[in-house]
Design a protein around this ligand. Structure first.
Ligand SMILES: Cc1cc2nc3c(=O)[nH]c(=O)nc-3n(C[C@H](O)[C@H](O)[C@H](O)COP(=O)(O)OP(=O)(O)OC[C@H]3O[C@@H](n4cnc5c(N)ncnc54)[C@H](O)[C@@H]3O)c2cc1C
Ligand code: FES
Length: 220
């Protein structure tokens, strides 16, 4: 069930260039893998959407790439500080797949650890731009890792049900290879629950709010 809470930070741990932000779970439900939460650092006007990375009975964890002011404020939180958290939101991955293959690129690995646990640790292929970024692969069981200039699509095996998250060019390439893949897309999001229309994207010729219809969409 969707909840809005203020929760305490348990730890903010470096993982390569990223930060694993571990938050006291309280009464929050983790939701389905691929769903997301809006995280609001103290003093910030707008929250930021983050995929759930890991869930245990006591905590929720988010893997965050500090690319701008909002994500840097979240990565700078310290144990004991509080943040606002709203979720779970959106539509996650369908788990009724026979031969799952998880495909991730860069910070797109963020939802894959929780997805892997929910699917019984299937194989994964992960692509990163450097060995430093690839430290995040340690969070995903049974992962094969490729580093640029090799692309993750070159390591994909045929005959699988693909569930992917990563930068848009990677998702477009995955879609060309596997037309029935489930793909987690991104768009800037101000509210996360359908009110602001800030996340509108064109899907099958129709305008959709990605926070409501997605972020996971069927590729075809
Ligand atoms: C459903 C969803 C789940 C996400 N999960 C994660 C996650 O698990 N970990 C993580 O690190 N990030 C995740 N993101 C992306 C993250 O929300 C953005 O990086 C963040 O909002 C940027 O905020 P900022 O204030 O740091 O930077 P800003 O100043 O807002 O942006 C910095 C730069 O990034 C671009 N940008 C910002 N947001 C997006 C976006 N959503 N898509 C494309 N370009 C963008 C801006 O145009 C700008 O150039 C997710 C986004 C969505 C929509
Ligand atoms: S983020 Fe506000 S409508 Fe989608």
């Amino acid at each position: 069930m969707l909840r809005r809470e203020r929760r305490s930070v348990l730890a903010a741990e470096p993982v390569g260039p990223y930060t694993l932000l571990r938050v006291d779970r309280g009464d929050l439900e983790p939701g389905a893998p691929g769903q997301f939460f809006m995280l609001e650092a103290p003093g910030r006007v707008l929250p930021r959407p983050m995929s759930l990375c890991l869930a245990t009975p006591g905590e929720l964890a988010f893997l965050i790439d500090p690319i701008g002011p909002g994500t840097r404020a979240l990565c700078g939180l310290r144990a004991g500080e509080q943040l606002g958290i709203l979720g779970p939101l959106g539509n996650g991955f369908r788990l009724d797949v026979e031969r799952p293959l998880l495909v991730g690129g860069g910070i797109g690995v963020a939802p894959l650890p929780y997805l892997s646990e929910c699917l019984g640790r299937p194989p994964a292929v992960l692509g990163f731009r450097s060995v430093w970024h690839a430290e995040a692969a340690a969070l995903v069981p049974n992962a094969e890792v490729v580093i640029e200039p090799t692309y993750v699509t070159e390591a994909m095996h045929a005959g699988h049900d693909v569930l992917a998250c990563g930068p848009e060019p990677m998702l477009q390439a995955v879609r060309r290879l596997t037309p029935h893949a489930q793909l987690a897309w991104e768009a800037p999001m101000a509210c996360g629950y359908g009110a602001c229309h800030g996340c509108v994207v064109e899907v099958d010729g129709q305008l959709k709010r990605l926070c409501v219809e997605g972020p996971v969409l069927a590729a075809a």
